[in-house]
Write a protein that binds this ligand. Structure first.
Ligand code: DGY
Length: 319
């Protein structure tokens, strides 16, 4: 009997692909350029599974002529590029990769908080350019201890970030889910959005991108934050109105931004955000450690292997 066919429309980890290849036939787009959507649709006509990647919009249109598709899986926890309802309507399970990346994303999030609050990048640049003694006196660090971190989106990653913040002596408040009895255990307190903006020294976004959270952080939101607030985003770029963020930094509505995610991505090197001189931006690397990326890719491979066999996925969004 021939093996099920899995389409992989871009580059993914070789170790996970080798493991997957023991169970299925892989048809992979290996060009450096993005796979044209029409070619992907053509390949999907014969496919049993799709290993999707986040620059592909996965919706009813993409899978319209793919009668054999049994599963779609992607190596990320976020799935804002996927119209889940369209897959559910076709009874196609969709697998993402929660949990395996929680600690890595929390580590990067808190690295951004700590590095930005002490202006580590700017200060390292002064040393590199021989300006140790001449560095401007207005680039001062800020303490985190006895300050307040406001987390927008207290899921597993948010809770993990809150543990790190408490180790630094911060108070943690949150918004974007209802208060729960175990909040006391986690030492976090609910605030409505406006109160969170007003009280937080660091506002940190780690919520999924949905129609409700699209541009949730806009001019009005920045106006409500402290003038010396640090704004951090490890969720998705489009949760923030980037023009409003540039405005807020240039007008002194907030002090500084530290971002793992931006809109657009990649962020062009001449983007106004970088010209503010008040932003630390890294290229969407929150889960990018060797161990975590391996775990994410292996989980994706497992979800595909289970899906083509008609078995429940290990992690399924639409079960
Ligand atoms: C995810 O998995 O959604 C993250 O953005 C990866 O870093």
């Amino acid at each position: 009997m021939s093996k099920p066919v899995v389409v992989v429309p871009g580059l993914v980890r070789k170790d996970a692909l080798a493991y997957l290849g023991e169970h299925v036939t892989i048809k992979q787009w290996t060009e450096k350029t993005k796979m044209p959507r029409e070619i992907l649709k053509e390949w999907l006509k014969e496919a049993d599974a799709l290993w999707s990647i986040n620059n592909v919009t996965v919706d009813a249109d993409l899978i319209a002529d793919a009668p054999n598709l049994k599963v779609i899986a992607q190596a990320s926890v976020g799935y804002d590029n996927v119209v889940i309802d369209d897959l559910t309507a076709r009874q196609i399970p969709y697998g993402n990769t929660p949990d395996v990346l929680t600690e890595s994303v929390a580590e990067l999030a808190f690295t951004l908080v700590a590095a930005a609050s002490r202006r580590v990048m700017e200060n390292a640049d002064f040393v590199k350019s021989g300006q140790w003694e001449q560095r401007p006196s207005n680039i001062k660090g800020k303490d985190l201890s006895r300050c307040t971190l406001g987390i927008i989106g207290l899921g597993n990653i948010g809770v993990s970030i809150s543990r790190r913040a408490r180790a630094f002596g911060m108070t943690v408040i949150y918004n974007n889910r209802k208060p729960r009895p175990d909040d006391k255990l986690y030492m976090v307190e609910y605030r409505d959005r406006d109160a969170l903006y007003a009280e937080s020294d660091v506002v940190l976004v780690v919520t999924p991108l949905t129609p409700e959270t699209y541009h949730m952080i806009d001019k009005e939101a920045f106006k409500k934050m402290k003038k010396d607030a640090l704004f951090v985003n490890v969720g998705r770029g489009k949760i923030v109105d980037t023009e409003a963020l540039v405005w807020a930094l240039n007008e002194g509505e907030i002090d500084y931004a530290a971002l793992d995610v931006t809109d657009p991505e990649p962020l062009p090197a001449d983007h106004p955000l970088l010209k503010t001189g008040k932003a630390l931006v890294v290229p969407h690397i929150a889960s990018f450690t060797d161990r975590t990326r391996r775990d994410m890719a292996m989980l994706t491979a497992d979800n595909i292997i289970l899906g083509v066999q008609g078995k429940p996925l290990k992690t399924c969004v639409n079960k």
